[in-house]
Design a protein around this ligand. Structure first.
Ligand SMILES: Nc1ncnc2c1ncn2[C@@H]1O[C@H](COP(=O)(O)OP(=O)(O)O)[C@@H](O)[C@H]1O
Ligand SMILES: [Mg+2]
Length: 351
């Protein structure tokens, strides 16, 4: 681990706005800007680049808050890459994926024989990240008792391995991320307030794609361009695809967009068709087994309601009174809904 390899400071005093020095125009997509491995030209992203620049120059703990798929890990990586620790390790840990009873040993390591099955001692992520950056994803998912240990390590810069007696001093910059509102996580999900404040010395918000004006089209073209270059192809989006990009809200954010482009790219000969997810879900019927029914992820709420109403009515053998009771609505509401569906049905064939 080369923690002493501090070859250049994180930000050069080269005049002008700091982020303007780092932010580049992306090579092949006109109008697209990039910063490290982050792409996007919307005002909220330019603002984010600016903040990354500021925080990268420091050793402050940062908390990245944003929905799933908004690029939180990429943001953490970009901070690391622009910091004085860039030649050290970047270690990413998904706290939500580690069983509660193992997380302490995973983070801080353990000594041989410290618990059943610990036949060998092992260092933890804090030691792996020494001289570099430790990225703690989904940090709000840690049980409160484990959070205390993390808080101590952050405050003192020291920790013990599980079952160890030697106090270890680490040189680690911690960046945490969560897809919850931290204040809500404190109230409802057992995030300790003291830990929240300690992590959020420098809070950064990863904006959802729907707030990133103009970025959907730019990012889609960028991802397509990357695929074209990889595969030596020359595929282009259809007109309808551009419309889908604009009109779909992309609740899964950049991850959803990237996967949609990839899937459409594989299926395309030349013109890449991004199917509108809303239209797709119309084709995807719910799966009913006995008295249970699964609705596809991404089904628009109005459609899900319709599927549940019709499914329940069918299950009740067409008895509207029983169905209304089961659904917890008045008979009148049920009739109203059914008549709306009837109108839809007659305006375009379905089922
Ligand atoms: N601004 C961005 N520019 C380019 N790719 C991005 C951007 N944001 C996210 N991605 C891509 O989207 C996917 C999800 O990003 P990730 O950082 O894992 O999101 P999160 O951790 O917030 O769920 C990854 O494939 C990542 O490379
Ligand atoms: Mg993530």
């Amino acid at each position: 681990m080369s923690s002493t390899d501090l070859d250049s400071p994180a930000t050069e005093a080269d005049g002008g706005g700091a982020s303007q020095a780092k932010q580049r125009a992306a090579e092949n997509v006109p109008g697209l800007k990039s910063y490290g491995t982050l792409y996007g030209s919307s005002p909220v992203m330019l603002d984010l680049y600016e903040q990354i620049d500021r925080v990268a120059a420091t050793d402050a703990t940062a908390l990245i808050i944003g929905e799933s798929g908004t690029g939180k890990e990429l943001i953490a990586r970009t901070i690391h890459d622009h910091s004085a620790r860039k030649s050290g390790a970047f270690v990413a840990v998904n706290c939500g994926a580690i069983p509660d009873e193992l997380i302490e040993a995973e983070l801080f390591g353990h000594e041989k024989g410290s618990f059943t099955g610990a036949v060998q001692g092992r260092i933890g992520y804090f030691e792996h990240a020494n001289g570099g950056t430790l990225f703690l994803d989904e940090v709000t998912e840690m049980a409160p008792v484990r959070q205390v240990k993390l808080l101590r390590a952050l405050e003192t810069g020291t920790f013990y391995r599980v079952g160890g007696t030697e106090l270890i001093r680490g040189d680690v910059r911690v960046i945490a991320a969560t897809n919850r509102d931290p204040a809500v996580a404190v109230k409802e999900n057992g995030l300790r307030e003291d830990l929240m404040y300690r992590l959020a010395v420098f809070p950064l918000r990863a904006p959802p794609l729907r707030e990133r004006e103009g970025d959907r089209e730019l990012l889609a073209v960028h991802f397509l361009d990357e695929l074209n270059r990889q595969e030596g192809t020359n595929k282009v989006f259809s007109k309808r695809s551009m419309e889908t990009l604009r009109t779909w809200s992309w609740p899964g954010n950049v991850r959803e967009l990237k996967n949609a482009v990839y899937r459409a790219f594989i299926l395309a000969e030349k013109a890449v068709e991004l199917p509108h997810p809303h239209l797709m879900s119309r084709v995807k019927k719910p799966v009913t087994v006995g008295d249970s029914m699964s609705v596809w992820i991404g089904t628009p709420l109005a459609d899900a309601q319709k599927q549940i109403i019709l499914g329940t009515l069918k299950y009740c053998g067409g008895d509207k009174r029983r169905a209304a009771k089961a659904l917890g609505v008045s008979l009148k509401t049920l009739y109203n809904r059914l008549s709306t569906y009837g109108d839809e049905e007659s305006s375009h064939e379905e089922n």
